[in-house]
Design a protein around this ligand. Structure first.
Ligand SMILES: [Zn+2]
Ligand SMILES: [Zn+2]
Length: 320
């Protein structure tokens, strides 16, 4: 079987899974070049935004916007561009792909990764450790020509993950809504995108990953509630509130390594409920969480985020 045939077979397997595909430039990671009507650099350009208002039936123009699960259309593309690479439109495929890059230029990592991480793979390993997870070797994993890795998961219904907003971590990209991934069997002059895992089926995205994607700003924020009255906590902390807070702080301070981030989030949410129930002041709650969080070696920003998202969560619940 030649390259084009194996790539066509791969494309058929992707669309059988409901993953829309589209053509990429042979030997490259970019979509095929736009025609003159669609290319803003051409004198014939007819201004329009996307495939929806394209002046001709956009076929290969407009990149992932023309991705399809129609086998005839895909066969047609391969007959015209036998050497084309394959892109998968990750949003409609309901996939989230975590792209671990290799730090090719050997750039210095940001200060928080100094001595801990030299590549995206190291940053991902740190995230695994933080959540007490092991390497997710059972999901779909693809090795890239630049020695990077693409880790694929399926998204649960109702969850949207943004492509480039947010910051999963240094040298890590996230592909989902509004983006695409170069699919296995595609190739560049440096080599092939090669499946490394046993199967082609990604696992459902695990809770820790969804939690991390939310915490790093990859999920769209829910719309701000309109006219929600500002929350007013109690003026003093009751004896009961003091005991409750101390108990939560002890849980956090004593959390075992690998579970500390998770415990920070659950304990902070419980503490926000104490404020909401009128048992302690917001100031006392913040002070306890900060000091216990520092004992658990959480950084200030992480603690701050945990507190804000706990109040958001409790507030949303309260308002519902
Ligand atoms: Zn066009
Ligand atoms: Zn167009």
């Amino acid at each position: 079987m030649n390259t084009s045939q194996s790539r066509q077979r791969a494309a058929a397997a992707f669309i059988a899974r409901g993953w829309p595909v589209f053509p990429l430039t042979p030997g490259a990671k970019k979509p095929l070049r736009h025609c003159n009507l669609c290319s803003s650099k051409s004198p014939d350009y007819q201004p329009h935004r996307t495939a929806a208002d394209c002046p001709h039936p956009a076929d290969t123009c407009h990149g992932f916007h023309v991705a399809t699960t129609d086998p005839d259309k895909v066969t047609g593309w391969f007959s015209r561009y036998p050497d084309m690479n394959i892109g998968i439109s990750t949003g409609p495929a309901r996939l989230v792909v975590v792209d671990l890059d290799v730090n090719k230029e050997g750039a210095a990592p940001p200060p928080q990764y100094n001595g801990l991480a030299a590549h995206g793979g190291d940053v991902f390993a740190l995230a695994l450790e933080r959540y007490g997870q092991t390497y997710p070797g059972d999901t779909l994993i693809v090795g890239t020509p630049s020695k990077g890795l693409h880790l694929y998961w399926t998204l649960p219904d109702g969850i949207t993950v943004n492509k480039s907003e947010g910051a999963f971590g240094w040298n890590i990209d996230v592909r989902s809504t509004g983006g695409y991934i170069v699919a296995p069997t595609s190739a560049t002059p440096d080599g092939e995108y090669r499946r490394l895992s046993a199967g082609l089926d990604p696992l459902p995205a695990p809770q820790w990953l969804l939690h991390h994607l939310e915490g790093t700003g990859h999920m769209p924020k829910p719309p701000a509630p309109v006219n929600r009255p500002p929350y007013r906590g109690p003026r003093t902390t009751s004896q009961q509130g003091r005991v409750g807070l101390a108990d939560l702080a002890a849980q956090l301070a004593g959390a075992p390594e690998g579970q500390r981030h998770r415990v920070l989030c659950t304990v902070t949410t419980a503490a926000a409920y104490l404020v909401q129930a009128g048992r302690c002041t917001e100031a006392d709650m913040r002070a306890e969480i900060y000091s216990a969080g520092r004992v658990a070696q959480r950084d200030e920003n992480e603690i701050h985020q945990a507190i804000e998202s706990a109040f958001d969560y409790v507030g949303r619940r309260g308002a519902a």
